[in-house]
Design a protein around this ligand. Structure first.
Ligand code: NAD
Length: 413
């Protein structure tokens, strides 16, 4: 992999740029650039047909100056060290920006979970949990769901960890409600994307009622973002998933689409919409473009064709730094991932808090606190844009790096 295509190098271009502005000494900067600990473990299971399946899992802990490591676990064929490092680093800056007391981490297994039976998936999860067990703990490292993992997988992690350490619900977030999950967690990332989209649209002269939105990815983040934005009056005109993409110029019927996806597991074939090419979806003229699937989907290869007025990063690092600069030069504001999709980890923090207290909050309380925290972060970022004459992303990193640097200094590092 060349440095040009390294997601980790891309995240670090933002870190370096802002560190220079803040005049962070090299010794601190190097600690901020590099992960603290990287685990790469072999995981294997017996398949249902008796054969052995073997692959690698990762847990990378980036920085814990502000609290225990925190970040999701992804199951995907493209999971590799570089990508997990990038995602771990993003978690450090995201958690600092929304001011929650966690550091950053990420994990994953290189696997296509669609090829595994439910029993195989559970065994794989348990094998992985045992291998990284020594690095986990409610005050050490707290995983959560990410691409292709969900509440059920988090429940298995909690159970496997508990076999050695005793019942410890706070070791993982995004759990099922019956196992100590938080109300509002499942919808939290999409809810956050929707809130941030509405604030940013208002600040950039776009009326949300009637706004035409294009959305890539219709999983946990995309489905809830679509639902909440539709409720706010926006028209979701195009949606895609890994299997296909659909377009309806007057807006998709989101409740009907959700019912279709529950039954067919894909947006493909949804009646009342025309099928379109997945790659072309990103270039449809629209008011707001929300990539909410994978990283690195907007590059110099397609940046010139993007025709939106505002871009909201629902996914992690969906836009490469050179493409982001090209879009910003064309006057397209980009709300960075570390703010736009921070709703999930914010409610994960609430779940961890509730687990430690063994006292649960109502959904209304969770949602209210989520909105308040994200709004504070959004406003602080927007004020920094004006004060420091910089992009939204630079402002977000300025705030985050300042906070992490301060914590490192106060710890006496
Ligand atoms: P998910 O597994 O629930 O859904 C992913 C969606 O993306 C699916 O609809 C999948 O079909 C689609 N997809 C995958 N490859 C695609 C492609 N090439 N083209 C179009 N669609 C494609 O995952 P998720 O939890 O919704 O995560 C989506 C993104 O949001 C990821 O970048 C993730 O890191 C980020 N994120 C998730 C959370 C969370 O709480 N789940 C929090 C913060 C950030």
């Amino acid at each position: 992999m060349t440095a040009k295509h390294s997601a980790f190098a891309e995240v670090n271009t933002y870190v370096r740029r802002v560190a220079k502005r803040l005049q962070i000494p090299d010794a601190y900067l190097n600690i901020m650039l590099n992960p603290y600990r990287e685990l790469r473990v072999q995981v294997m299971i017996h398949r249902d047909d008796g054969s052995i399946f073997e692959t690698f899992g990762y847990r990378i802990q980036h920085n814990a100056a502000r609290g225990p490591y925190k970040g999701g676990i992804r199951y995907h064929p493209d999971v590799n060290e570089d990508e997990v490092r990038a995602l771990a680093s993003l978690m450090t800056w995201k958690n600092a920006l929304v001011d929650i007391p966690f550091g950053g981490a990420k994990g994953g297994i290189t696997v296509d979970p669609r090829q595994l039976s439910p029993r195989e998936l559970q065994d794989l999860t348990r094998s992985f949990t045992r291998k990284i067990d020594m690095a986990l703990g409610p005050y050490r490292d707290v995983p959560a769901p990410d691409v292709n993992t969900n509440a059920e997988v988090m429940g298995w992690i909690m159970d496997e960890y508990g076999r050695r350490h005793g019942h410890t619900p706070a070791v993982v977030t995004g759990k099922p409600l019956a196992l100590g999950g938080s109300k509002g967690r499942q919808a939290a990332t999409g809810r956050g994307v929707s809130l941030v989209t509405q604030w940013a649209a208002n600040d950039n002269g776009i009326d949300v009622p009637g706004a035409r939105i294009v959305l890539q990815g219709f999983g946990n983040v995309g489905t809830y973002a679509a639902e909440f934005l539709m409720q706010a009056g926006a028209k979701i005109i195009a949606v895609s998933d890994v299997d296909g993409a659909i377009y309806a110029k007057d807006g998709l019927d989101i409740p009907a689409l959700l019912a279709w996806v529950r039954e067919h597991r894909t947006v493909k074939g949804f009646p009342g919409a025309e099928p379109i090419d997945g790659a072309k979806l990103l270039t449809i003229p629209c008011d707001i473009l929300i990539p909410a699937a994978m990283g690195g989907v907007i590059t110099m290869a397609n940046a010139a064709q993007i025709q939106t007025k505002l871009l909201i990063e629902g996914a992690n690092h969906p836009v490469t730094p050179d493409a982001a600069a090209a879009l910003e030069q064309r006057g397209i504001p980009i709300i960075p991932d570390i703010l736009a999709n921070a709703g999930g980890v914010t409610v994960s923090y609430f779940e961890w808090t509730q687990n430690l207290q063994q006292f649960f909050w109502s959904e209304a309380e969770v949602n209210q606190r989520l909105g308040e925290r994200l709004e504070t972060a959004y406003r602080t970022m927007s004020e920094t844009v004006v004060e420091s004459q910089c992009t939204y992303r630079e402002a977000a990193y300025l705030i985050a790096l300042r906070r992490v640097w301060e914590a490192m200094q106060l710890r006496g590092i």
